[in-house]
Design a protein around this ligand. Structure first.
Ligand code: MN3
Length: 227
């Protein structure tokens, strides 16, 4: 029997629907092996086309973000107490962690929390902040246009991999700051509002070395919640 008639037979017998989850879906989202799980993308991988291509989104979410989750699970596996904590709690208390996993948790809880927030704050098209947040942006940065300029400057100033984060500090004040690697404002007890991921994995397939173009597009896709 050739492949086509085999597939036809499967379709007729209704077997494909039972077989396919094991071939395609199982690979995309591995079964959870620890307390931390990969949240699904809140939209289709091509939802941000043409600005962020589907292939980049799929790799970014299914491979890079998944790896942070898996590595975090591995790191806390020998520590039942740490398995009960959220990524945010771990990041806020790095100094109290066993020294042998501190850097791994910093990188991977950071990667997990940063990306989990990122997916939720992108839409195509983006949306200008409204209400209280819009007022605070105007008050703190002068205007939304100035805010965008400050985000761009910060993202472009990062040497190597990292993030430009717009966040609210423990003191309630808004700020924009660069963070290396997967460091996160969460480490300082701040609340994430909007981040630009300037790791090359976030843009290199489409934008190559043109980080500035990618950063401009990210700002166009920003859809911040008013927190
Ligand atoms: Mn990333």
């Amino acid at each position: 029997m050739n492949q086509r008639s085999f597939l036809k037979l499967l379709a007729v017998s209704g077997l494909t629907s039972r077989l396919l989850p094991f071939t395609s879906r199982a690979q995309a989202t591995p079964a959870p092996t620890g307390p931390f799980t990969l949240p699904p993308l809140p939209y289709a991988p091509n939802a941000l086309e043409p600005y962020i291509d589907a292939e980049t989104m799929t790799l970014h979410h299914d491979k890079h973000h998944a790896a942070y989750v898996n590595n975090l699970n591995k790191a806390v596996a020998p520590y039942p107490d740490l398995q009960k904590k959220t990524a945010e709690e771990l990041l806020q208390n790095l100094d109290s962690l066993p020294a042998e996993i501190r850097t791994t948790v910093r990188n991977n809880a950071g990667g997990h929390a940063n990306h989990s927030h990122l997916w939720k704050t992108l839409s195509n098209p983006g949306r200008r902040p409204e209400g209280k947040l819009a007022e605070e942006i105007d008050k703190t940065f002068g205007s939304y246009e100035n805010w965008k300029e400050e985000m761009t400057k910060t993202a472009m100033g990062i040497f190597g991999s990292g993030w430009a984060w717009f966040a609210r500090g423990k003191d309630g004040k808004l700020f924009i700051k660069p963070y290396p690697n997967q460091d996160s404002p969460l480490m300082e007890g701040a609340t994430l509002i909007y981040g630009i991921d300037v790791w090359e994995h976030a843009y290199y397939l489409k934008y190559r070395n043109l980080r500035a173009d990618y950063v401009t597009r990210c700002l166009g896709l920003a859809n911040m919640k008013s927190n």
